[in-house]
Every structure is written in C-alpha cells, then in structure tokens.
Design a binder for this molecule. Sequence first.
Ligand SMILES: Cc1cc2nc3c(=O)[nH]c(=O)nc-3n(C[C@H](O)[C@H](O)[C@H](O)COP(=O)(O)OP(=O)(O)OC[C@H]3O[C@@H](n4cnc5c(N)ncnc54)[C@H](O)[C@@H]3O)c2cc1C
Length: 378
Amino acid sequence: MKKSEEVLIIGGGIAGLSASLFLDKAGIKSTIYESRSSHYDEGAGFLVSPSGVKILKSLINEQELYSHCSVIDVFRQFNEMGEETAYNRNYEDKYYGAPTLNIIRSKLTALLLKEIETQKINIRFNKKLVSIEQTQSRVKAFFDDDSQAEGIILIGADGTHSRTRASIFPGISLSYTGTWGVQGVSTLEGLELGSSMNAYFGKRTFGIVVGKSDPKDKSVLWQAFGMNERKLPTTEFDHAPSQMIKDLLKNRMEGWKLPTPLFNMIEKTERMYPRSIFGIDSMPSWSQGRVVLIGDALHATNPFTGMGASFSLEDALYLAKLLSQHDYRDAFFYFENDRKNRVKDITSHFDSLLISLPTNMDETMHNYEIKWDKLEKR
Ligand SMILES: Cc1cc2nc3c(=O)[nH]c(=O)nc-3n(C[C@H](O)[C@H](O)[C@H](O)COP(=O)(O)OP(=O)(O)OC[C@H]3O[C@@H](n4cnc5c(N)ncnc54)[C@H](O)[C@@H]3O)c2cc1C
C-alpha cells in the first residue's frame, strides 16, 4: 500500500487500537472511528496469552505494561469440593518466551490510547458506523450522526456484533453458543493466590476462574462461565441488575465446598459484566472488496480459549505487516490464507468442549509468535 493512502478503522477495542499502532509503524495513516464516548469502562478484563504479550511488548513500554497487570505463572484447577485436580506450571515465562498476563480491560485500553496519542494517530469518538459504500477506488463509511469518512480501505474491528460485517455480508448471522459469561473485578480477602490463576469447575456446567489483576493491590479479576441450552432472557441476564446475576451465580454454586473468600468476592463485586456468548456462522471470506475484518468481528472467539484478545493482537500485527508489503488485495488474501488455520484449530477445539482445562492445546495456543520485523513463526 502507498503510505499516503488513508485507512479507516471501525472500532477502538484492542483490535482497532493495535491495528492503528502497527499501521503507524509501517508509515500508513489511519483514523479510528469508535462508537463510544472517550470514556471506556466496559468489560472487566482478560487473560492475555504469551502470543499476545509478545505483541503488546512491541507496542507498549514493557515496564509500564507490567506495572498495570499481574503475571500468571501457574494454572490450578479445583473441583466444586475444593480438591485440586490439576496443577499446570507451563504458564511460566520460560516456556513460551513471554508470560501470561491478567489485565483489567480499561487499563490496557488506556495504555494503548496513550501510545495512540503519543504517535498522533487520529481517533474519533461518538462515531457509530451505520453503513458502508464501496466504489472502484474508495470506500465510504457513514455514521449515525450523519457524518461520513472516506478511505482507500476499511478495517472492521467493531467486535462480535459488527456492523462492518453485516454491511459486507448481510446474510451472515450470529448463533447463540449455549454458553454465557460473567466477569467482575473484586477483592479476595483471606485467600492468597500469588501468581496462580485458580479455576473452579463444578457440576451443573459451571466454572469460575480467578486471578490477581494488579500487582499493587488486592484486586482480582474473576470470570464465570455457564451453560444454558436456551439463551437467558436479556432482562434476566445481559441487562439484569447486579443482584440478579449474583443470585444466578449463587444458585450455580449451591452446595459447593469452596473457601468462603470466593463467595465473598462475588458478593463484594460492584459491577458485573454479563454476556450471552455468540459465534459467527461460517464466513464466505475474511474480506470483501476494500473491506477486511479483524478481531471478534471476524472470529468471535469462545472465551474458554482465553485467546480473544491475543487473536485480535495477532490479526492487527499481521494485517498491518502485510499491508506494508503488498497491495491491499494481496494483503487481504495472505491475511486469510496464513491465519485461518491457526484460528480454526484453536476455536474448533474449544467449540466441542464443555468446561475443562485443555492443557493439550497450550502448546498450540501459546508457543506462537509473529514478529513485526520478521514474518516467520517461531
Ligand atoms: C465473558 C468473557 C470473558 C472473556 N475473557 C477473555 C480472556 O480471558 N482472554 C481473552 O483474550 N479474551 C477474552 N474474552 C474475549 C475478548 O474480550 C475479545 O476477544 C476481545 O475483546 C476482542 O477485541 P476486539 O477489539 O476485536 O472487539 P471489542 O473489544 O468488542 O471492541 C470492538 C469496539 O468496536 C466498537 N464498536 C462496535 N460497534 C461499532 C460501530 N457500529 N461503529 C463504531 N464502533 C463500534 C465498540 O464500542 C468497541 O470499542 C472474553 C470475552 C467474554 C465475553
């Protein structure tokens, strides 16, 4: 791509923010259009896998990154009686060339936004994409405030319910996966986690994962996952008051013999982030004309993988790298061609799982690196 050509990025989540930073490294100008106001406080956080951490380290000052997140060295699994059923050390830094990190979403977003400001990359808030129009030489984005923007290509990084995807592939729908997730940030008094991520998987198809999220205080990030064949009604789940979500979790954990601090942790959580989990029906292509998709807009990743954020970072780096080397048509072709097996292998493995610790996938998920300066896999 020529450096003077402007790229439109729809969505300022981890995929969109990191794509703009990598394009900037390649000398390609982009503008991010984000539907929210500048204040980001949605979503609790994520576990970033070593493949994602290696990429983050090329975007954010390492010391600053580590001062805002917790390093996870060990993954421990327990049953609902509190008995340890697995102890997995291969999360340590030495195994995959980078550690696994637990980080609050707003902190990661703030770090990326700071870098965006430093690099003077354009970001426009309160710009909700409504539709897209493509001509032979340009692509136009139309927003809900009646404004529009024009560029040479458009990157749709607008998440699972992507308007970009709906615009280019109107026939593709989302399917409820039979699972739901709730995240929260709280404190865990009386139970020392150290650098361990503890997962409690019980009967009644429910599990809860807990890890420290900030090295400076006692805060923990917890994520609970449950299964319901039929999607829970929005008023009783996705938009339900916190107390209703707490009651749902308590109900799933009834009879569990876990340390009391875990129950207190849920009770003390001020804000819950419940989400019914959807998957994208099979896509005909990852791009259409001058429009390409990345992150959850492309492959809404099952949260059991703990790979959604890392996939977004991998997509962003790889696409920007290809755009710096090729015409957009070839870049889009290689992007899909080179990445689709990695995404498919991991996501399809988890699609067939209920809730368990899939250690046999760790090597595939984490022993992977795409470098900015070299394209070879490690
Ligand atoms: C319960 C749960 C737990 C999870 N846990 C983990 C985990 O531990 N580890 C992990 O790696 N991943 C996890 N994930 C997945 C992870 O959150 C996502 O994969 C990741 O956030 C995807 O980033 P993204 O930038 O592609 O999309 P998003 O983070 O969804 O960002 C999309 C952005 O686009 C904006 N937008 C949307 N529509 C428009 C529009 N029309 N116009 C303009 N802007 C728009 C949104 O406001 C948003 O800022 C979890 C997900 C869930 C549901």
